[in-house]
Design a protein around this ligand. Structure first.
Ligand SMILES: Cc1ncc(COP(=O)(O)O)c(C=O)c1O
Length: 400
């Protein structure tokens, strides 16, 4: 199919400012429908949940609608959708809860490819319990995370494997199904960081083998809300700290305090937006999300090839990341210019990119980039077009 990026861009008010927004990996812009959904929630009157009056009922409906939308996005069950402020907060919460079962005889496996939000909460929880941390290493030449190494890392002692569905800097998409199968074979749980993958590919938590799947709506056209999706029956076995009068059931007992109700309406609108990206898609919202995200994956791959070809042809540019399956995210340095200087040069030409380690702290370390200011990250999402890419390429070319 031809992806109608012009139509897509018209849905995003912020894109009219003339900048090339290649910073989507750090947070996307939001379409007007999301802005309206949030405003409408406030306009119509909302209250805290559980009250006897209609405005309270509206908030309850928003929460239920949001859980269903996230289930449709991920292939999970609405009763297993934990809502919270962001992925990092929820991952610390899950690490605190899960680690209560760990002891000195146990092990957890983290990966050097991951964003620190799927490393440090587990490392710190393990340290508190005397639990051993084992590391899956990225192949530095290819930036692949070879699944075969998990055969050596896993044993009957392994309680948890934390691994990303896509690197937020080099884009690598590991073979999660293979890693999860190996983890499950020894009885370990699998905690997948889906923050960077979710905007780029169809997601099916069952097919990935994710016992927990974390994602953040602000990376895929929604507001600043995070979620962790798990099987309700798994959540039933866990007892997080909670206030005495707070909900005792799942997923409510994993959620703390009052939710950002209006933002949750925005999350639902963002899922509806993703489901609309292939206008020819039909059927349930789940079916339309899957078809639309397949179209997004194909469109972004074509655009990414243009970006990589362009950067790859420049002698003064060094590209990091060569994985066979990857999200459309480029990580590069430019000879003679610090990553910050490159980002400033690009900003002056109305191109938004990130510079630094982007919290891929471990990977930046082993790539030798941590102490030199990291690298430049240019990430594509579905609203980027060839003009965005070409503007980046000509601005980088000026630095030769
Ligand atoms: C891959 C990845 N994981 C986790 C996070 C942390 O997400 P949050 O900001 O929702 O805590 C990010 C944010 O950049 C990310 O890119």
């Amino acid at each position: 199919m031809t992806f109608d990026v012009k139509r897509v861009r018209e849905a995003y008010p912020a894109l009219s400012d003339g900048y090339a927004y290649l910073d989507g990996a750090a947070g996307t812009q939001v379409p007007a429908a999301v802005i309206e959904a949030i405003a409408d929630a406030y306009r119509s009157g909302i209250g805290n949940v559980g009250g006897a009056f209609p405005a309270s009922g509206r908030s309850g409906s928003i929460v239920a609608g949001c859980r269903q939308a996230l289930a449709d996005l991920t292939g999970g069950h609405p009763d297993g959708v934990i809502l919270g402020p962001n992925m990092t907060t929820l991952t610390y919460r899950l690490a605190d809860t899960l680690s209560r079962r760990w002891g000195p005889e146990d092990e957890v496996v983290v990966s050097r490819l991951d964003h620190d939000a799927n490393i440090r909460p587990w490392v710190q929880a393990a340290a508190r319990r005397g639990t051993t941390v084992r590391w899956a290493e990225a192949d530095l030449a290819t930036t692949e995370l070879p699944a075969a190494q998990y055969g050596d890392l896993l044993s009957e002692r392994t309680r948890l494997v934390a691994v990303t569905a896509a690197s937020n800097v080099v884009g690598t998409r590991p073979d999660l199904a293979a890693i999860a199968a190996a983890a499950h074979a020894v009885g370990a749980l699998v905690y997948v960081d889906g923050v960077h993958a979710t905007p780029h590919v169809p997601v099916d938590v069952g097919a990935l083998g994710a016992d927990f799947y974390a994602t953040s709506a602000y990376k895929w056209s929604g507001p600043h809300i995070g979620t962790v999706v798990a099987e309700p029956s798994l959540l039933e076995t866990l007892q997080p700290d909670k206030l005495a009068p707070a909900p005792a059931g799942v997923p409510g007992r994993f959620e703390r305090g009052t939710a950002a109700f209006a933002d949750l309406a925005g999350v639902t609108a963002a899922v509806d937006h993703l489901a609309s990206l292939d206008p020819a898609a039909a059927g349930s919202r789940r079916q339309r999300v899957l078809a639309s995200m397949a179209a997004v994956e194909e469109y972004e791959a074509r655009l990414f090839a243009r970006l990589l070809d362009g950067l790859g042809a420049m002698g003064h540019v060094r590209l990091y990341g060569r994985a066979a399956r990857r999200a459309p995210t480029a990580f590069f340095t430019v000879a003679g210019h610090s990553p910050r200087q490159v980002a400033e040069h690009l900003a002056a030409r109305q191109v938004n990119v990130w510079n630094g380690d982007n919290y891929a702290w471990e990977l930046a370390g082993v790539l030798g980039l941590r102490d030199s200011g990291g690298a430049v990250r240019a990430g594509l999402v579905h609203y980027n077009d060839e003009a965005d890419v070409d503007r980046l390429l000509s601005a980088v070319a000026e630095l030769a």
